[in-house]
Design a binder for this molecule. Structure first.
Ligand code: GDP
Length: 366
């Protein structure tokens, strides 16, 4: 599956958020017999209203949302890149995630100690980002030493890599993450980034954790985070982790009521999950039959046979074609049958790129 690591300084609300996420949306572990779930990994359902609107029309026995994983990466502190506080281990955990949700404290509370004495989200962000940058610099420099030797002996490829590494190094030495610069890098440079598995190449969203008042109007702390994020072209999600935690403990009816009281349409967690999904460049397609209506996740750009492979490797291997109906067409026409009669079902071959919202029936040879 695809996953998103939750990072941030101590006491900013990471575990509160993680627990809220896993409480509400916990997909039953029994549904996922093939993944061993570690205590710091939460499998979370992706809220998607379309699934339920399809189900209203198809009336299946079972409705199955798609999921993503959140990984609680606690323990990042100043000095982690130098091994402080088990730092290296936590940095290694970050290497294994596809994207980063960076929780930032934007609430004041005298009872909650701040590791640096005073609440200051920009300094917090810088502290964490610098640790990741230091770690990446270490990787780049190590590689550079090795490749420089090869370059000296006249190896052309090595010389190109040296140039790429120098470029990455200068970005990092300027205190910048690699990710905002990815689109400006050449394919060769991108390859180097990938090979080194640089931590700062991963996409980031900032999660501004506010108190209740901050939910309705951005406080100055949130404003400062938004400004920074805009420069980095990173999304910001504002939540109150404490309220999310309370919400996540409530039965559905009471949850609705509490949300209404707060003037919220849905839990803030939904935006966290949706933004995480976007950050990972994921799209959803559906399969819709009477036994089950089900949402599936693939990366944008995935071709039909590989999408079929998500369901079963046999379907990928024996792929003949995909019969595709657009979500909007189904909703407008009211049934799969009506779509077929109106010629709204397209037959697509192995080069078809699956689109978000496609409802697909795969034909395959056994
Ligand atoms: P972590 O170290 O980042 O995992 O932080 P925790 O989730 O353990 O939270 C640290 C403390 O901050 C706990 O006492 C939480 O109850 C409190 N906390 C978390 N979110 C909020 C919030 O939105 N508002 C307030 N006032 N306190 C919060």
């Amino acid at each position: 599956g695809f996953n998103c690591g939750i990072v941030g300084l101590p006491n900013v609300g990471k575990s509160t958020l993680f627990n809220a996420l896993t409480n509400t949306m916990k997909a039953e572990a029994a549904n996922y017999p093939f993944c061993t779930i570690e205590p710091n990994v939460g499998v979370v359902e992706v809220p998607d209203e379309r699934l339920y609107r399809i189900a209203e029309l198809v009336k299946p026995k079972k409705i199955t949302p798609t999921t993503i994983e959140f990984v609680d990466i606690a323990g990042l502190v100043r000095g982690a890149s130098k091994g402080e506080g088990l730092g290296n281990q936590f940095l290694a955990n970050i290497r294994n995630v596809d994207a980063i949700a960076h929780v930032v404290r934007c609430f004041q509370d005298e009872n909650v100690v701040h590791v640096d004495g005073k609440v200051n989200p920009l300094r917090d962000i810088e502290t964490i980002n610098l640790e990741l940058i230091f770690k990446d610099l270490e990787s780049v420099e190590k590689r550079l030493q090795r490749v420089l030797k090869q370059a000296k002996s006249g190896d052309k490829r090595a010389r190109a890599e040296v140039e790429a590494l120098e470029k990455l190094k200068s970005i990092l030495e300027n205190g910048k993450r690699i990710n905002p610069f990815l689109s400006e890098l050449s394919d060769g440079e991108k390859r180097v980034v990938k090979e080194l598995q640089l931590l700062t190449a991963k996409p980031v969203m900032y999660i501004a954790n506010v108190d209740e008042e901050g939910l309705f109007e951005d406080n100055d702390l949130v404003k400062s985070v938004r400004e920074l994020a805009e420069k980095e072209k990173a999304p910001v999600v504002k939540i109150c982790a404490k309220i999310e935690a309370e919400l996540s403990e409530l039965p559905p009816e009471e949850k609705e009521e509490f949300l209404k009281e707060l003037g919220l349409e849905e839990p803030g967690l939904n935006s966290v999950i949706r933004e995480g999904y976007k950050l990972l460049n994921l799209i959803t397609f559906f399969t819709a039959g009477e036994p089950e209506v089900k949402a599936w996740t693939v990366r944008k750009g995935t071709k039909a046979p590989q999408a079929a492979g998500k369901i079963h490797s046999d379907i990928e291997r024996g792929f003949i074609r995909a019969e595709v109906i657009k979500y909007e067409d189904l909703i407008r026409e009211g049934s799969l049958q009506a779509c077929r009669e109106k010629g709204l079902m397209r037959l697509e071959g192995k080069d078809y790129e699956v689109q978000d919202g496609d409802i697909i029936y795969f034909r395959f040879n056994v």
